[in-house]
Design a protein around this ligand. Sequence first.
Ligand code: FAD
Length: 543
Amino acid sequence: MTETVLGPVWEARADLIVVGTGVAGLTAALRARELGLRVLVVTKASGDDGNTRYAQGGVAVVLPQEHDPGDTVQAHIADTLVAGAGLCDEAAVAAIISDGPEAVQRLRSLGAMFDAKGDGTLERTREGGHSAFRVVHAGGDATGAEVERALLKATVDGRVPLLENHVAVDAIRTPLGAVCGLLVLDGNGVPGVLGAPAVLLATGGLGQMYQATSNPAVATGDGLALALRAGAVAADVEFVQFHPTVLYTGRGARGRCPLVTEAVRGEGAILVDATGARVMQGVHPLEDLAPRDVVAAAITRHMALEPGGVDDHVFLDATSLHDMATRFPTVYAACVAAGVNPAVDPIPVAPAAHFACGGVVSTVDGRTGVTGLYAAGEVARTGLHGANRLASNSLLEGLVCGTRAAEAIVTDLAVGLLAEPRNGVDPVLPVAPVADRDLLQRVMSRYAAIGRDAEGLAVVGSVLDVSTVDRVLDTRELVEDAALTMAARALIAAAAERTESRGCHVRTDFPERSDAWRRSQVVRLTPTGQPVLADPVLTEGVA
Ligand SMILES: Cc1cc2nc3c(=O)[nH]c(=O)nc-3n(C[C@H](O)[C@H](O)[C@H](O)COP(=O)(O)OP(=O)(O)OC[C@H]3O[C@@H](n4cnc5c(N)ncnc54)[C@H](O)[C@@H]3O)c2cc1C
């Protein structure tokens, strides 16, 4: 990869730069500010733009004195490990789930209002893979909107500076490779430099890699690409969770599709095909509440194979739910807008790209392998999700790991571990391979979604090889397209190598799970900027 030397137009300094205004970024910024750091938050869009705002189901947590009889933190940990299909890091799971009650309490003390019963205790629902009703929610099915609202308000009230419409392009590093700042572009493409001994990536997911996704436009994998370019490694990138049920709005639908939260099934709705036959009967003991990977794969198989399938969608029969409009107002409104009355019509649904289980290899305290670079939230791979995320564990991860990352940064600063921003080498605009986004989304959806095989993955590789062009990353769109290109290449490298089916990774040519593959794969960049699998010695380190 070559680079273009740049004269930045403006510069700013802080102790910590947080990239991203979702649950992870704002939680970290608020905690760091509370601990006395000068924090600057950057986002490429407006403050509330990100996956967090769209979260529906809720936050999975076992609260003291407010849980199902017999439910425990241990049971939540056990459910997470089962969903993760053998690839979770057990210590990370235990640490994050155990910190959950305190993290939710902290969020409530910042002003987030969860749905409560008459006696003041929180309402709880159940989602796929959970053995108990332990998902707390807000506004019925508008949990993410309430989390985002509360965190943004606290950020503004606490006068934490927030720079909107600035896209993070690349890390600035010292000659020894420590991160000590960030190169950004404003909405007009004017470059600026943000100097800080610590940069926290909280840039969210990469659902825009596929044609149909529940993720908004900002979810383009930028943080993953930036971290790889800065020398960090990624893992578990082949595991992209497809939500089993987004609202099907017609053949060839593109961009963000409205989600039909799993909690609708938690409260009694069932998946059926065009003949009314149940999709999940006999597939899994939990039937319609089986883990997401199981449900999404079953729907995909049903659409492809079953005589009652209608090729590209099935139906969610929620006609037995009496309070759909009040309990699930977001879903209800989306259905009505699409001409579906859930009280009488089965809701047409299909799977869509939803959540990146893998990402930048980070500890639960946000530390990556690169000094000064931290990651938290969906961009990070802490080992919580393994091969498949348990529903409603990600807001929790953002809350817990955002807090812990801020605390780790304070510690690292105090012990003098981090670099001086003035030691950063001159900023440069990177040049990177960029594929046409529409083409990339089409080939990824066709060959690298649910149901992959060696031949299809090779097709994606060839198409990307012949269609990418090296470009200077001098606009937000190019930064995003380059990130999607790098993320897609990393994903197909890992997916092609993993000759088994596990969690969200379903190989039609290797349909069984293999014990030999009970390990994570690590991706790093070559000196020329190609994502490649790291050697097995490194791989063992994160499994
Ligand atoms: C429809 C939907 C429903 C969901 N439901 C649930 C649920 O019920 N429970 C649950 O636990 N999880 C749910 N999830 C997942 C959860 O919402 C996300 O995993 C979580 O909110 C991610 O938070 P985050 O802070 O990591 O990133 P996000 O909230 O996605 O925020 C990312 C931020 O990074 C910024 N950004 C990205 N790239 C750059 C760049 N280059 N420069 C500057 N800024 C950048 C974005 O603008 C944004 O501010 C759902 C997700 C979706 C899409």
